[in-house]
Every structure is written in structure tokens, then in C-alpha cells.
Design a protein around this ligand. Structure first.
Ligand SMILES: Nc1ncnc2c1ncn2[C@@H]1O[C@H](COP(=O)(O)OP(=O)(O)O)[C@@H](O)[C@H]1O
Ligand SMILES: Cc1ncc(COP(=O)(O)O)c(C=O)c1O
Ligand SMILES: [Mg+2]
Length: 268
């Protein structure tokens, strides 16, 4: 069997639920070989759990990317990107190494922490990364920011934002309504530039969903690496992340991560 290879360009969540930890755990579940280019390290204050981001120097990020991309990858995802320089570097490397299967998870906020991380990154992601992405997976807040449509409150708002984000260059858009949308169900919207598809699930009553977005995007990336179509990849990833959230657990009094491997271990 030829091993499929994936790259995550993302931050480290020291608590292990999100970021590269979530990506690697997810890649492992899909039997793809994961490689990591670390952009930043997120640590938490033991008293109160506020987040602190320590960036990695851009030249070190470049060395990591050259290491990985010289080997070659079947798919790439990005998560938390520490700076505009790293965003521009990511775009440059995607062009240089001609990466087609690129999933942009436009991380702007961490759940449980309302502060927008580096707001200037949003403009750079819009300009440099959206046009290079095969799929982008903003949550409700991030979609509003990328589309510059203000807060999204309804499925029609989500549709409008998806069209705009597609016009900005993303070939496929998944807006994650998740828990944030004021709706009885958890609703994600998939748009491929032609048709909308609503992905609807029962809302899971839990706060233990830390890392859900990273896990979802990593699962899409792994499926793409295996050669699935974008739509198949998104639908499979949706089942994978739903199982992970259903089995989310309490890490401490502040945070509960999803159980990344639940789809294989519990659901089947
Ligand atoms: N409480 C929930 N019940 C059901 N699905 C959820 C819930 N929370 C998140 N999801 C799903 O998990 C995935 C990740 O979404 P979300 O948690 O909104 O992303 P992020 O972690 O980037 O904020 C989406 O498919 C979303 O619909
Ligand atoms: C390094 C890193 N990446 C991404 C995220 C976003 O996580 P989520 O999947 O919950 O959106 C976080 C949140 O803590 C993080 O620390
Ligand atoms: Mg997220």
C-alpha cells in the first residue's frame, strides 16, 4: 500500500484538543501520514485558562515547509497562522509546490476565548489563501468576517456569505453553523459554486467540543488525500466529527476536547 501523505500548517494547542494535535490524531485515524509545520504555540493560564499565543519565526516555518514539501504531500490543511508573513509564506509555498488539495480552516478565534486572534490576519487570509483553497471551512463567525457580511444569523445569511467567499476564490465552501447558529438543529452549509447542500444533525448538548473545527478540517484533508471527491470528503468528515463531539469529555474544569478517534472506536 502506498502511504498517503498530509501536511498541517497550524498552531500547537498545548492542551491537546485542537491545532496540530487534533490534526495528527485525525490523520492517524484515517491511516494517512501526517507532517507538521508549526506556526505558533498556544498555552493556557492554569488559573482561568486564558490563551496565550507564542509565534514561531517565519524563517523556521519556511524550513519546516521546505522539509515537508520536498517529500511531497497528497493534501494540505492550514489552521492557526501566527502572522501575515506566515500567511504570505503559505501562499508562496502552495504556488511553488503546486498544491491542489488545500483545505483552509480560517481559524480566528478559539472556543472559550472570545478574543479575535490577530485580526489583521483576516485580510491576508482573504487575499492570499482563499483564492488558493480547494475547500475552506469557516465557522459562523469566521464566515461573516471573511465575507464582510456582519454577523450571520440565518441559513439565508450563510448562503449569501458562502457565495461571497466562493467569489473571493475558494472553490468549495463549508460554513459551520454548528452550535453557534440560532436554530434547533446543527446546520452546516456546503457550496461548490453551483449548488447548496445543507448538512443537518441534531444539536449535541455539550460544551466538550474543543477542537471540533480542526478535527473536521483534518478529516476533510485526509479524505482528499485518499482521492475522494470534495463532496464525499466533506460528508465523511461530518460523520467523523459528529462522533468525536458525541464522545467529547472533560479534561479539566475549563475545557473538554472532542474524542478524535471516536468514529472508529465507538461508533463502528
Ligand atoms: N453542539 C454541536 N452539535 C452538533 N454538531 C456540532 C456541535 N458543535 C459543533 N458541531 C459541528 O462540528 C463541526 C465543527 O464546527 P464548530 O465547532 O462550529 O467549529 P469551530 O471549532 O471551528 O468553531 C461542524 O460540522 C459543526 O456543525
Ligand atoms: C492551536 C490552535 N488551533 C486552532 C484552534 C481552534 O480550535 P477549534 O477546532 O475548537 O476551532 C485552537 C483553539 O484553542 C488552537 O489552540
Ligand atoms: Mg475553528
Amino acid at each position: 500500500m502506498t502511504m498517503k501523505k498530509t501536511l498541517t500548517l497550524a498552531g500547537s494547542d498545548s492542551s491537546g484538543g485542537a491545532g496540530i494535535a487534533a490534526d495528527l490524531k485525525t490523520f492517524q485515524e484515517y491511516d494517512v501520514y501526517g507532517m507538521t509545520a508549526l506556526t505558533s504555540i498556544v498555552t493556557m493560564d492554569p488559573k482561568g485558562w486564558s490563551h496565550n499565543v507564542t509565534p514561531i519565526d517565519v524563517d523556521v516555518v519556511e524550513k519546516q515547509l521546505d522539509t515537508i514539501l520536498s517529500v511531497g504531500v497528497d493534501a494540505m490543511k492550514s489552521g492557526m497562522l501566527g502572522s501575515v508573513d506566515i500567511i504570505k509564506l503559505g501562499a508562496k509555498k502552495i504556488d511553488e509546490y503546486k498544491i491542489d488539495n488545500y483545505v483552509l480552516d480560517p481559524v480566528m478565534v478559539c472556543k472559550g476565548d472570545d478574543e479575535v486572534l490577530q485580526p489583521e490576519n483576516t485580510d491576508a487570509m482573504r487575499d492570499y489563501l482563499l483564492p488558493r483553497s480547494l475547500v475552506t471551512t469557516p465557522n459562523l463567525f469566521e464566515a461573516g468576517q471573511l465575507a464582510q457580511n456582519g454577523p450571520l444569523k440565518t441559513v439565508d445569511d450563510m448562503k449569501e456569505a458562502a457565495v461571497k467567499i466562493h467569489e473571493l476564490g475558494a472553490k468549495n465552501v463549508v460554513i459551520k453553523g454548528g452550535k453557534a447558529l440560532d436554530h434547533e438543529k446543527a446546520i452546516d452549509l456546503f457550496y461548490d459554486g453551483q449548488d447548496f447542500e445543507i448538512l443537518e444533525r441534531d444539536k449535541i448538548e455539550t460544551t466538550y467540543n474543543h477542537g471540533a473545527g480542526c478535527t473536521f478540517a483534518a478529516a476533510i484533508t485526509a479524505n482528499l488525500a485518499h482521492g475522494k471527491s470534495v463532496k464525499e470528503s466533506v460528508l465523511a468528515a461530518k460523520d467523523f466529527v459528529t462522533a468525536a463531539i458525541l464522545n467529547g469529555w472533560k479534561l479539566n474544569e475549563y475545557v473538554g476536547p472532542v474524542m478524535h478517534g471516536a468514529y472508529n472506536k465507538v461508533a463502528n
